[in-house]
Design a protein. Structure first.
Length: 177
């Protein structure tokens, strides 16, 4: 059994993948939120000790820094994301790569206009299924977006192949969460 997926990447698909990868999968939101929580608690303590000279001012400074840093972090993240969309010319969908999948051990072949590479299924790190894509991680840091738009069955056969070849432990269906 084999199938070919043509990945036409657009800004919304790239944006959804990046938000998933950075904020949900890698959970990079935790550090700024933890920082905000710690400084906010310290600010509350300062406000409770308002009878001490400078405690309220220190509380205000801690609160501004504690809440300001995460705001700056997320603004920078989304600004960088918009900049990447422009740098990669994703305003209009464009063919980025083609993925051929089959049920042999070396059944993942990816090619673009410059190169072609093959991977073994057992080397694949993880696969995540969303409503419109499968994110196939070859390593912890390298993923391929498999858009399911042109799949006749909505990607069910592709997902079944990934689960068969990688196992349930390496495949997560995010549509059921």
């Amino acid at each position: 059994m084999g199938m070919t997926v043509y990945t036409f990447l657009d800004k919304e698909t790239f944006r959804s993948f990046t938000i998933f990868d950075i904020l949900k999968r890698r959970r990079y939101w935790k550090s700024p939120v933890t920082f905000a929580a710690i400084l906010s608690v310290c600010a509350v303590v300062c406000f409770l000790l308002r009878s001490i000279d400078g405690a309220v001012l220190l509380g205000v400074v801690l609160l501004v820094v504690g809440l300001g840093m995460p705001v700056v972090y997320f603004i920078t993240f989304f600004h960088s994301l918009r900049r990447q969309v422009k740098l990669q010319h994703l305003e209009e969908p464009r063919l980025v790569y083609t993925v051929d999948l089959n049920d042999t051990s070396e059944g993942i072949r990816i090619k673009n206009d410059k190169e072609q590479v093959s991977y073994r299924w057992e080397m694949a790190y993880h696969a995540y299924r969303t409503w419109g894509c499968v994110y196939l991680y070859i390593t912890q840091d390298r993923a391929f977006i498999l858009k399911l738009d042109d799949q006749k069955d909505g990607g069910d056969a592709l997902w079944a192949l990934a689960v068969k070849m990688m196992g349930d432990g390496k495949c997560t269906d995010l549509r059921t969460r």
